[in-house]
Ligand binder design. Structure first.
Ligand SMILES: [Zn+2]
Length: 370
């Protein structure tokens, strides 16, 4: 077989597999018509995917009495990827399937510290998670780890970790105790990857991660834009209020100390937003009112600069639905060019987007190999 045939076969297989990712109960005829392929080509590929255990016979379709066509479906749990989200006080574990669905997740309280005991404990928590979720080790593609630090393209080397004490040997420390392939990802980039997974047609957009720290990620022409030094989109350190609140980076007045979720609640955002619906506490309402203004200011700055969709995500983003119209109104008031505010969107991945996004890198790489 020459290279041309090999490539063509690979493209056909990959297209057929992608078709299964977005359709249930597919017949050979559906594939032939939908992808413009001959039936023998479809049959060869179906046999190949059945052999790999990536699809299964799901039933049949057609007229009673006539010849019924066999239907096939994706075995979405044939492979799984795990994700971890490492924060100051917690470690979240998720498992995602080949459709990108979170099939299991657990958040554990475990304060970060740079010690053997910590990394060992993370591995134990993950092992417990694997067992309680009933996941077979052989199906695990790898573990994506989202961290509050900047990470280079090799997904091993990290730099600028001012939020928690992640050191240069973080990758090796995880590897020492975790027996799967592992990769490190910047938290906001991981979350935006999850967002891109759900919204495949995202072309130009900016994701603001409103979590206990504020991060950002930029998708340019459908790809994550990382900048010349892997520190693009760090919206948390744009100056919002000159000489304002102290930021952990050492400067004052950055976006981070104004929009970090900890401005609203130290560790119970669900409770905070529940309370916000009915409270008459003036101090709390003023604080929230100010927070909304800071969001509007930040969103408007990004919009003026990039002219793209802006997605509000992170821990806070998951609760903003009832306040979206207000945020839009306040942003429009600041805008030089915009007359409508449809460009402001809420994240689609409401929970555990960092851990899921880190895991999805493995799913994405696996699908590319088919
Ligand atoms: Zn800063």
């Amino acid at each position: 077989m020459d290279t041309y045939d090999f490539n063509l076969r690979k493209i056909n297989t990959s297209n057929i597999y992608s078709y299964f990712l977005s359709h249930l109960d597919v017949t050979k005829q559906d594939l032939a018509a939908g992808l413009n392929l001959t039936l023998p080509t479809v049959t060869k590929n179906i046999d190949y995917l059945l052999d790999l255990g990536l699809i299964e016979i799901s039933g049949s379709r057609g007229q009673t009495g006539g010849r019924r066509a066999i239907t096939y479906s994706l075995l979405s749990e044939a492979k799984l990827a795990l994700g971890l989200d490492i924060t100051r006080h917690h470690v979240a574990c998720v498992a995602v399937d080949l459709n990108g669905r979170i099939i299991s997740f657990k958040r554990n309280r475990l304060p970060f510290e740079h010690s053997d005991e910590y990394f060992k404990k993370v591995s134990e928590l993950q092992q417990e998670f694997i067992e309680s979720s009933g996941i077979d080790h052989g199906r695990i593609l790898g573990v994506g780890i989202g961290i509050p630090a900047l990470v280079k393209a090799d997904t091993r080397s990290l730099f600028y970790s001012e939020i928690i004490d992640l050191r240069e040997d973080t990758y090796d420390m995880f590897l020492k105790y975790i027996s799967f392939d592992i990769s490190l990802y910047n938290d906001a980039n991981a979350a935006s990857f999850a967002e891109k997974w759900v919204n495949k047609d995202l072309q130009n957009s900016f994701y603001i991660m409103l979590s206990n720290n504020v991060g950002g990620a930029m998708i340019l022409n459908g790809q994550v834009y990382t900048g010349n030094n892997f520190r693009a989109a760090e919206v948390g350190h744009i100056t919002l209020i000159p000489h304002g609140r102290q930021c952990y980076c050492g400067r004052a007045g950055c976006v981070d100390p104004y929009l970090a979720a900890t401005n609203l609640s130290q560790d119970d955002l669900a409770g905070y937003f529940e309370n916000l619906r009915t409270t008459t506490d003036e101090k709390l309402l003023n604080n929230w009112n100010q927070y909304l203004d800071y969001i509007a200011l930040t969103v408007n700055n990004i919009r003026e600069l990039l002219d793209c969709d802006i997605i509000l995500g992170g821990y806070v983003g998951a609760y903003l639905e009832p306040y979206l119209e207000e945020i839009k109104k306040r942003t429009l008031r600041l805008s030089t060019f915009d007359t409508d505010s449809d460009f402001i969107k809420l994240c689609s991945y409401k929970n555990e987007s960092i851990a899921a996004g880190a895991a999805l890198h493995y799913i994405s790489k696996f699908i590319e190999t088919i």
